[in-house]
Write a protein that binds this ligand. Structure first.
Ligand code: ADP
Ligand code: ADP
Length: 229
């Protein structure tokens, strides 16, 4: 599903260069649930941005679901992103002036999906994340855990095969964090490939595979029930 071959990323600010990713080689199969760990500055966000087609690598190749995406231009990348990837962020990124239902319908509106279908699918997804009673509320009227459920519902609207989550439990208390991880597990069980960044070992434990990054390199690749390689 995701094949990164010799991916490197160098940020240039004037004469200053930062090597955020040294050649990284990584393959994630369809249906995997992967957690990415590593200290601050180890390259996790850079990697997630590349996987999510929000940024392009300096060198190397990226094959996403059979497509060589490192060769695509902005417009093509944006199309791939909309079709293939759902995003969940630490800070939820919901629109405060819109209702829960409107927030979830937004990606479908951009995609030109008819109003009735949008409404129906959004209601279905909100019921699935346990927020059927909250569709008319605004995000400010919800708890952190509930806001993240809205964001997850929104991330599922386009039926993307991949869900990328950057510290999805970073702003949540322990109980809400576990509820969110349970939701991810359900989504995973239904076939979605999940890649999640977390600082917390207890959260990473929910994944089937843990990648440890340090200094822009993949240091350790551990699959549940096996020794690390
Ligand atoms: P993490 O997500 O693990 O904290 P990042 O991918 O954000 O790590 O950063 C990796 C390295 O790249 C760090 O040294 C960081 O300072 C640097 N970096 C990240 N984004 C930029 C940028 N836009 N410009 C310059 N350097 C950056
Ligand atoms: P976190 O709170 O987990 O650090 P952010 O909300 O800051 O995550 O977003 C992480 C990265 O994703 C940022 O570089 C940001 O520009 C980008 N981003 C945030 N929201 C969106 C969005 N809705 N669509 C595309 N990219 C986004």
């Amino acid at each position: 599903m995701i094949t990164l071959t010799d991916i490197s990323k160098v940020y240039k600010n004037g004469s200053l260069e930062v090597q955020a990713l040294s050649p990284v080689n990584l393959q994630v199969e369809r249906g995997e649930f992967v957690a990415i760990m590593g200290s601050s500055g180890s390259g996790k966000s850079t990697l997630m941005n590349i996987i999510g087609c929000l940024d392009v690598p300096t060198s190397g190749s990226y094959n996403l679901d059979g497509q060589e995406v490192h060769t695509l231009n902005e417009d093509q990348l944006s199309r791939v992103r909309n079709q293939k990837i759902g995003f969940v962020f630490q800070s939820f990124n919901l629109l405060g002036r819109q209702t829960v239902l409107q927030n979830v319908m937004l990606p479908m509106m951009y995609a030109g999906i008819p109003r009735e279908t949008r409404n129906e699918r959004a209601m279905e997804l909100l019921a699935r994340v346990g927020l059927a009673e909250r569709v008319k509320h605004r995000p400010t009227e919800l708890s952190g855990g509930q806001k993240q459920r809205v964001a997850i519902a929104r991330a599922l609207t386009m039926k993307a095969p991949i869900l990328l989550a950057d510290e999805p439990t970073g702003n949540l208390d322990t109980k809400s964090s576990y509820e969110i991880m349970d939701l991810f597990k359900q989504i995973h069980a239904e076939g979605t490939t999940i890649v999640l960044v977390t600082h917390e070992p207890d959260i990473a434990e929910h994944a089937d595979r843990v990648l440890l990054f340090g200094d822009g390199k993949l240091l350790k690749d551990t699959r549940k029930g096996s020794v690390s390689s």
